[in-house]
Write a protein that binds this ligand. Structure first.
Ligand code: SAH
Ligand code: SF4
Ligand code: F3S
Length: 451
């Protein structure tokens, strides 16, 4: 690899989950500290960070086509007197396939895992000298302590509170790419949330692969779970909304459920993946819960917060899944009446137990099941939106709409709502929900609340 001039501009492309989005923002902040600025829209960047996802095969393969595209664009740029970009691969593919990336893609200068990206600046120095650098360590010292302060962002901010997973569902790579479960300390989180609010955030979404496994000690040294952290964050003036994702059914504590009935800032929304409605499949997935225990949990949330919106994740075509198992999944969708769902075809991942299980399902069977499941999910989503018509709620304005005077934001139930009128990004606008489609609702403005 040839030495190159230090990069002046960067672009971070994040794929996968919201934790990757959060990591992407933190990497951008690290680069900003070095005076490297975001590449203007439509222009090539000197440094491109591909912040990758390994969860399904398609996501993981994408990194190689993206690298190919960057190399091609770089060659064209060079022909016009420009430069090849430095390419860094971060995220979960970097963690899982770091060596393979270095071998398969000579254009890549840096491979950095999700627990090591605080060392990106030093790696960049090496790359500029023409030395390729890989760091996929999972250091015991949390990377968070080494990251610079938060910068101004939009009205809705992410805050990673927990990382990693000890659950080892038999289909999933996350325990390998993100490592063991760790919780960031209470005081650090309160401080970061305060900084985010000072920088303009009105809403904070607490993130973790198993966010409700978060555990810490509050300012008085008492053991507290996510419910306690949410209660503390709700004290921050100027913070209007709190959300959290993703929860695991087995880590749900009474206090978090209770918080939904007590904390007005905690939005009435819960993402609680179940994956399958069949106990046989759940067992093979090593989920350690049953369909019934999951439904009981949902009941407990609805008891304290009757209007709570639920969302979930589903996998169809897990090895051994029969038509009857799949029908159990359709049944649980009907029982819960989800407001939204993510559903995926099972993707065998190297190194996971399910990849070598008997009874792998044919692709056309998976396609057909996914289609039926998505139809059912879509019907419930539309029904949920239609049932919201007539309700009055606040919308947190996140961006402008397609036409002048149009604004887009989210309802408390995480629905996309658009409306026309006087507003600004970051406003909390009271609207009456007037019309519902499958993916969004139209609101009529009642008033703009003082920030
Ligand atoms: N920690 C969260 C989510 C992890 S990944 C949880 O336990 O729910 C997000 C979703 O991707 C999962 O909920 C699952 O539905 C899906 N997923 C994970 N591994 C997969 C695989 N091998 N094939 C298809 N979907 C998968
Ligand atoms: Fe993956 Fe299961 Fe952990 Fe979720 S709980 S991240 S699905 S292993
Ligand atoms: Fe993907 Fe890693 Fe998130 S595999 S879903 S980016 S934890």
């Amino acid at each position: 690899m040839k030495p190159s001039a230090p990069p002046q501009t960067y672009r971070v492309k994040s794929f996968g989950c919201q934790m990757n989005v959060y990591d992407g923002e933190r990497m951008a902040e690290l680069l900003a500290e070095r005076g490297i600025t975001p590449a203007p829209e439509g222009e090539e960047a000197d440094l491109v960070i591909l912040n990758t996802c390994h969860i399904r095969e398609k996501a993981a393969e994408k990194v190689y086509s993206d690298i190919g595209r960057l190399v091609l664009a770089g060659k064209q740029a060079e022909a016009n007197g420009g430069r090849q970009p430095l390419i860094a691969v971060a995220g979960c593919v970097a963690q899982a396939e770091g060596e393979e990336i270095m071998a398969r893609a000579p254009a890549v200068s840096i491979v950095v895992g999700p627990q090591a990206y605080h060392r990106l600046p030093e790696m960049l120095d090496k790359a500029v000298q023409g030395k390729r650098a890989t760091d996929t360590d999972m250091p015991a010292i949390a990377k968070f302590d080494a990251l610079p302060a938060r910068r101004k962002r939009g009205p809705s901010a992410f805050l990673t509170v927990q990382e990693g997973c000890d659950k080892f569902c038999t289909y999933c790579v996350v325990p390998y790419t993100r490592g063991a479960e760790i919780s960031r300390p209470f005081s650090h989180l309160v401080a970061e949330a305060q900084k985010l609010v000072e920088a303009g955030a009105k809403e904070i979404t607490l993130l973790g692969q198993n966010v409700n496994a978060w555990s810490g000690e509050d300012d008085k040294g008492r053991r507290t779970g996510l419910g306690g952290l949410i209660r503390a964050l709700a004290q921050i003036d100027g913070l209007a909304r709190i959300r959290y994702t993703t929860s695991h059914p087995n880590d749900m504590e009474e206090d978090l459920i209770a918080a939904h009935g007590e904390i007005a800032k905690l939005m009435p929304y819960l993402h609680l993946p179940v994956q399958s409605g069949s106990d046989r499949v759940l067992k093979a997935m090593n989920r350690q819960h049953t369909a019934q225990s999951y439904l009981k949990l949902i009941e407990a949330f609805r008891a304290v917060r009757p209007d709570i919106a639920l969302s979930g994740d589903f996998i169809v075509g897990f090895p051994g899944e029969t038509e009857a198992d799949f029908e159990d999944t359709l049944r649980i969708v009907d029982e819960v009446r989800y407001a939204a769902c993510f559903s995926f075809k099972y993707s065998p991942r190297p190194g996971t137990p399910a990849a070598t299980m008997d009874g792998q399902i044919a692709p056309e069977v998976m396609d057909e099941r996914l289609q039926r499941l998505q139809q059912r999910i879509g019907a419930h989503q539309l029904a949920f939106n239609q049932a919201s018509v007539g309700k009055t709620c606040t919308v947190l304005v996140e961006r402008t709409g397609r036409h002048p005077g149009q604004w887009l934001g989210k309802s408390p139930w995480l629905q996309s709502v658009w409306f026309e009128g006087q507003a600004a990004i970051g406003d909390l606008v009271e609207v009456t929900l007037a019309e519902a489609g499958p993916n969004s609702l139209k609101g009529l403005v009642r008033e703009v609340l003082p920030a």
